[in-house]
Write a protein that binds this ligand. Structure first.
Ligand code: ADP
Ligand code: MG
Ligand code: MG
Length: 208
């Protein structure tokens, strides 16, 4: 795998499209255990991102990812903005100055993104958050590193999906949904769902 800046911009645009396609769905999930704005927050953020990064094809991958992060932080009011924003900022910092990304860079930036979210939100796996989809995916990428990017990405998407589905069976410990306590049971977490959608889109872009 070799991703240049133009391809990276393409991947981010594809993520933005998928998020917008799923705007109603994400908002509906958030209406059950939150304040019914996750799809609105995410699509607003990514619309701003696409505007910002269009024309950045000549910049290095780190700068592009950092721009995504800063834009999400400054345009999304909800919890998800600073969390995903920090993830993209940390991912960008991890690949500063690189004009191309290989599979090892991908693992490095995904690890940095996960660390960023966990640092910012103080959530661990099992608390019904973004981390429940992202952490199993990053672990799968690392576990399958030797088998190559195709196998690793497929496994990562599969694990993210399982993690997302598992959020139905657990009680929220972080974010708005935690106010519901046991009443959060039975509902899939909106943030874990948006994370799965982003990972799935990224993988599809990298594997096509
Ligand atoms: P808000 O809750 O402020 O309205 P959103 O609805 O956009 O923001 O995002 C809600 C999602 O944010 C939740 O579904 C959850 O996945 C995620 N989230 C909330 N708090 C945390 C946290 N501390 N760490 C990781 N993810 C979190
Ligand atoms: Mg919300
Ligand atoms: Mg909100």
């Amino acid at each position: 795998m070799a991703v240049d800046s133009a391809k990276l911009v393409e991947i981010i645009k594809a993520i933005s499209e998928k998020i917008t396609e799923n705007k109603e769905y994400l908002t509906q999930l958030d209406s059950a255990i939150g304040d019914a704005d996750h799809g609105i927050n995410m699509s607003k953020g990514f619309r701003a991102v696409v505007e910002k990064i269009s024309g950045m094809e000549g910049k290095d991958c780190g700068t592009i990812l950092k721009t995504v992060g800063m834009t999400l932080i400054s345009t999304v009011g909800g919890a998800s903005g600073p969390l995903y924003g920090t993830a993209f900022m940390k991912a960008g910092q991890a690949v500063t100055g690189k004009s191309h990304l290989d599979f090892n860079d991908l693992i490095t930036l995904m690890e940095a993104a996960l660390e960023g979210i966990k640092y910012r939100g103080k959530a661990e796996k099992g608390e019904k958050t973004i981390v429940d989809a992202l952490e199993p995916a990053v672990e799968a990428l690392k576990r399958h590193r030797e088998e190559g990017v195709e196998v690793a990405l497929r496994e990562a998407v599969e694990e993210a999906k399982k993690g997302m589905e598992y959020t139905k069976d657990i009680i929220a410990k972080k974010g708005r949904a935690s106010y519901l306590g046991e009443r959060s049971l039975g509902h899939q977490d909106p943030g874990a769902t948006s994370c799965y959608i982003m990972l799935e889109t990224m993988a599809a872009q990298l594997l096509d």
